[in-house]
Design a protein around this ligand. Structure first.
Ligand SMILES: O=C(O)c1ccc(O)c(O)c1
Length: 436
């Protein structure tokens, strides 16, 4: 067992982590469906028929049929979700909790009235815990970050691709800037892309403004941003690597929102199209990572840069020999609103690219106000590039980066297009320090 899942040693206890969440996803979502009187009535009228409409495993259906909450928990159920099911059947929380202990309802109630279960005799076996701490097994093999791609993600670029306009004089210079990139990407297809982007009021509306969202799902649909969904393939995620990253980043104090289902907008699909062209299926898995840069307060460049550093530790402690690219998208200078719309600042953008290559730690100290003043209100998207940059191994001196390609062009719609490819060359066997 990996050192950081020592919670599994607590006796008689199931911790609801990303692993359990993935296992119990449909079971828990079924429970959520019981939050309307109409659905509860339908379930009670014919439990089996109702359950059969959900993609549940037979073990999960059996657990519900048997009213066996321990089995339901083993199958990934979480008590707060299962409580909706229990309430539908008329159980109180006390009845539900007691039913898992092997006691009768009366015995359990009496135990609670008597002061509750004692922690004595219910602690971890410390011999096992100590052994786990003294013999942490470093992974024999681990994932490696092979490079970072930085690019603008203008929706009009997607529209130009989708409508066959790439050879038009307006667009040709933009796409020419990605010719080398497509070849490089074809020759360096990773197993997984960790793609940092911002949702543009497509998956998240004003009902929820999460700062950092990690996509932990198996697949993602393409958002309809008002013109119909882009005609590009859906995205396959990597729930296992994403769960590992979630675990590592949250342990490192980055409070993420984990999202299993969301529609993906141009922020993610346009970079994929630019790098892979028109394909039937994306050639690798993609873990989407959304950063709120729409409603202030938005995270600082410094926070994003630190997140990138923690991300490298997370990826390199994953015990499979995967190759991973980290992409930072958005920007460069643009302002889409108000009398200052159309603002472009070539000097600032190019200085940003220079510093991103040679002085990322210094660049990370640039305050928001400078992004907005110099690069326009939507230029703030550039803070996301610092996540990808922080994940490269020169940052802590354990490797080097190599500039493979740099491109800058004005305009694409209202925006300056910037693009950079950095290859990551970690020195042999020097993964970021991590104990995950
Ligand atoms: O320039 C534009 O048209 C444009 C529109 C929407 C965006 O999110 C963007 O980055 C650019």
């Amino acid at each position: 067992m990996s050192l950081d899942k020592t919670y599994k040693l607590v006796p008689g206890t199931t911790i609801f982590d990303a692993e359990q969440s993935a296992k119990g996803y449909h079971l828990n979502q079924f429970c959520m469906s019981l939050m309307t009187a109409e659905n509860r009535a339908a379930y009670l009228a014919d439990e089996r028929a109702y359950l059969d409409a959900w993609p549940l495993r037979e073990e999960q259906k059996q657990a519900l049929h048997d009213r066996d909450l321990n089995a339901a928990m083993r199958e990934g159920g979480n008590i707060y979700f299962l409580a909706k099911w229990g309430a539908t059947l008329g159980f109180s929380f006390q009845q539900m909790a007691g039913s898992m202990t092997g006691m009768t309802e009366e015995e359990y109630r009496a135990m609670m009235v008597g002061g509750g279960r004692s922690v004595e005799g219910n602690r971890i076996d410390h011999a096992v815990l100590d052994a786990a701490y003294t013999n942490p097994e470093p992974p024999a093999e681990h994932a490696t970050i092979t490079g970072a791609v930085f690019t603008s993600h203008v929706p009009a670029i997607g529209a130009a691709l989708d409508h066959g306009k790439t050879e038009e004089p307006y667009w040709q210079p933009v796409f020419e800037g990605y010719e080398y990139s497509k070849t490089w990407e074809r020759e360096n297809v990773p197993d997984v892309i960790f793609l940092v982007y911002n949702d543009h009021a497509s998956a998240f509306d004003q009902s929820m403004i999460p700062t950092f969202v990690l996509g932990t799902g198996a697949s993602y649909s393409i958002a309809d941003e008002g013109y119909g969904p882009r005609p590009v393939p859906g995205i396959d995620g990597d729930p296992d690597l994403a769960a590992h990253i979630a675990h590592s980043l949250i342990r490192d104090d980055f409070d993420l929102t984990l999202v299993n289902e969301m529609a993906i907008d141009h922020g993610l699909t346009v970079p994929l199209s630019l790098m892979f062209g028109d394909v039937e299926k994306w050639p690798c898995k993609v873990i989407p990572f959304h950063v709120n840069v729409v409603q202030y307060p938005v995270p600082s460049g410094a926070r994003c840069f630190k997140l990138g550093q923690a991300l490298r530790k997370a990826i390199e402690s994953y015990d499979r020999p995967l190759t991973v690219q980290v992409w930072g998208t958005g920007g460069m200078s643009h302002q889409l609103q108000g009398p200052r719309a159309g603002l472009i600042n070539r000097e600032w953008d190019n200085a940003f690219l220079d510093r991103l290559i040679a002085d990322p730690a210094g660049l990370a100290e640039v305050p928001h106000l400078e992004y907005v003043e110099e690069a326009g209100s939507e230029g703030i998207e550039l803070v996301m590039w610092l996540i990808a940059r922080g994940a490269l191994s020169d940052v802590d001196g354990t490797g080097d980066v190599e500039v493979k390609h740099r491109f800058y062009h004005v305009p694409a719609s209202n925006t300056a297009v910037g693009h950079l490819i950095l290859e990551n060359h970690p020195r042999a066997e020097a993964p970021a320090e991590g104990e995950n």
